[in-house]
Every structure is written in C-alpha cells, then in structure tokens.
Design a protein around this ligand. Structure first.
Ligand SMILES: [Zn+2]
Length: 388
C-alpha cells in the first residue's frame, strides 16, 4: 500500500543521495502536532486531552472516516488560515499540510481548501476493559512521519497490533507499551485502519494520513548516468542496505529518544525528505529518502544519538557511508563522506565524530545526506531532532 503502482519498487526505494546546491532551502515539511490523539478509559481531564472521551465505539462509525468526512471551504476576503482553522476546529498545521501550503500567510479569496476533521471525535475505551489508554503522536500523521503509539493496559497482558492490514509488534514493559509505525512518503492519502487488540477486546481507529508537501527535482544526466547505468551494482547495494535495515536489536531506541543535529550550526537543507526526483531523460520518478544538508567538504559529521556502527565503508551509489543502529529497528545513514572516522562494530556516543562531509558516490557537490529507517521503512529524521 505504500507506493504508487506506476513507480517500480526498485526505483521508488533504491536511490538515496544527491544534492543540488542550486535548489535552495525548502521549508516545506509540515510541523508535527504537539498533542497527539489520546483515547482513554481514564478519568476525564487526564493529561488535559480528553475532548475525545465520549461514547465507546470499538469500531468507529463511517462518519469518522475521512472519505466521508472531507469537506471544502472557500476562502473569504479577510480570512486568515489560522482563523479558518479555529473556526472549523482543525489544526492549523493539518490544514496547511492537507492543502500543500508551504506558507500559511499565502491564501487568496476564492481559493478552495480541503478540510479533514482533526481526530475521530467519538472513540473512547470501556471503563473496565483491558485497554486503559492509547495515545498517538503526531496526529494526524503526515506522509513520511513516524506515528508513535503508546499503550497502557489494565493488567500486564500481550497486545496485538495491525496497521493497514499488516501486523506490528509492540514493546511491552508491564502495563505500558509502545510501537513505532513508519508512514511511507508514498503512503496513500486518506484513512488506514489501526487495530489494537488486548484481552479479547479490539480498538479500531481510522488514521487519516495527511499529504506531505513534496518538491520535484530534476537531476541532470551528467550526474546520474555514470552511476545509474550500472544497474547490477546499484541493485546489489540496494539489497545490501535492505538486509542491513531489516535487523531489530532488542534494546536502545524509545519513543522518547531524540536526535541532536549531525552537523554543527543550522546548515540549509538542499533537498528535503520525500521530494520526488527524475534522473536525466528517464521518465521514472524516484523519491528522496533522506534530508540533504549543505556543508563544506571536511565538516564534521557527528552521531546524533547513541548507537552501534553496522556499516562504515565506501559504497558505489552512497559513497563513503556510515550506518548506525540505534536499536529497536531504528537506523540512521550518512552518505557521500570524504573521510570515515569510525569502523563497523564501534559503539558511538551522542556527538562522536563519524566522518567528514564530502561528495563521494552519486553526488554533485559536498553535502551530507542523512536518512532514518524504522523497521526498514524510510521516514524523516527531522521529526526526531530536539527543538524541531
Ligand atoms: Zn540526499
């Protein structure tokens, strides 16, 4: 369900690293919403986010599904997006994301906006049921984000999860647990079903996936052809990365973990996560699966969080590369480096020097490509950076 049928899988997921200095800084990623969604059997007012505690509806009514709940609003003279959001009781960031508005100050009278209800409004849990609390953040999720699910159960019991028909695992510690749900940058817009089962009870929630605002970049044939024409090498590297990212080590990352920036200062992004790409004259579109930052050759690239080096070597497409395993299926990758300062097997601490910015592999100039994977799926690392 995660990718368009017109984009062959090999292309959609295979390429990961090219920056064009001319592209400028794109401020398009919609901000994560602060509160999230809480469904609870706890007392009203818990955590101050109980507006959704109403009638039990183990299976949400059809009216909650975005397919039935999408509305439109025509912008009136004098309207502001914040004013519209307040009037319609939706989050400003959601309204901006739904309509691919990079600049919330730029709306015009007469413009038609799409509006999705912020949250399923009438779902709660039975007061004496096995599930006590379910919290989701960010809510609603945007393509390319990681949806975090926190759980609390009445007794220490096992929990089953599925999202969009695929089984997920939850990390349970006594009565509390969590799971990370990667939302592909190519995920279909609209409702996917999240099911949380415990003790014979199943809570089903519609998750209204919001569209990300993604640029399209054209990469010149002079840069891409010499690399991409070597299909067998490209494919072999892709398969190796896929195998690496599929490992799940038992300890490490939690939903409260955060990244520092891997680069000092606030370097501009030159290509954002999820941007759509064409290479040379090829009609095939791929998706950029990391964030590219402009930085001078030789600039220090540092570990954003604790982890273990599972790859540190020269690759064909990705150039000199480092991959860190942060645990629980969470990985980060650093491509196109000019020098490596760690080796496979090293345990790294936050801030430890990994390597130096360069332009090796499929790259048009010095930059850092930084990417994040959650159980193999590419997601935007910026969601997890402190202060973002
Ligand atoms: Zn890149």
């Amino acid at each position: 369900m995660c990718e368009s049928r017109t984009w062959p899988r090999r292309w959609a997921w295979g390429w990961a690293g090219l920056c064009l200095a001319l592209l400028g800084w794109l401020m398009l990623a919609p901000a994560a919403l602060a509160g999230g969604l809480i469904v609870s059997a706890g007392p009203a007012g818990e955590a101050g986010l109980q507006a959704d505690a109403a009638v039990l509806s183990p299976r949400p009514s059809r009216a909650l599904l975005p397919s039935a709940g999408w509305q439109t609003y025509r912008v009136q003279p004098g309207d502001t997006l914040a004013g519209i959001a307040a009037r319609l009781n939706v989050e400003l960031a959601t309204l901006a994301a739904t309509n691919s508005l990079a600049n919330v100050n730029r709306i015009e009278a007469g413009q038609l906006l799409r509006v999705v209800p912020s949250s399923p409004a009438a779902i709660s849990l039975p007061a004496d049921g096995p599930l006590v609390r379910v919290q989701l953040w960010p809510w609603p999720p945007v393509q390319g984000q990681t949806l975090v699910l926190w759980l609390r159960t009445r007794d220490p019991i096992s929990v089953s999860l599925s999202f969009a028909g695929e089984a997920l695992s939850a990390v349970m510690e006594g009565r509390r647990g969590w799971s990370l749900i990667p939302i592909s940058p190519l995920a279909a817009i609209g409702s996917e079903r999240l099911a949380v089962g415990a003790g014979g009870f199943t809570l089903t929630l519609p998750v209204a996936i919001q569209p990300g605002a993604f640029e399209t970049h054209a990469i010149p044939a002079s840069a891409s052809d010499p690399i991409l024409s070597e299909a067998a090498r490209v494919q072999a590297e892709f398969e190796r990365m896929t195998a690496l990212y599929s490992q799940v080590s038992a300890m490490g990352w939690t939903p409260r973990s955060r990244f520092r920036s891997p680069l000092a200062g606030s370097p501009p992004r030159t290509a954002t996560f999820g941007s759509r790409r064409t290479y040379g004259a090829s009609p095939v579109i791929s998706v950029h699966l990391g964030e590219d930052f402009a930085a001078a050759a030789g600039a220090a690239v540092r570990a954003p969080a604790a982890g273990r080096v599972v790859l540190a070597e020269q690759l064909f497409v990705r150039g000199n590369a480092v991959v860190l395993d942060h645990g629980r299926g969470v990985f980060t990758g650093y491509w196109h480096l000019q020098a490596l300062h760690v080796k496979t097997g090293d345990a790294v601490t936050p801030g430890q020097l990994l390597g130096e910015v360069g332009s090796t592999g499929l790259s048009t100039g010095p930059h850092l490509h930084w990417e994040m994977r959650v159980r193999g799926a590419a997601v935007d690392p910026l969601q997890w950076v402190e202060g973002e």
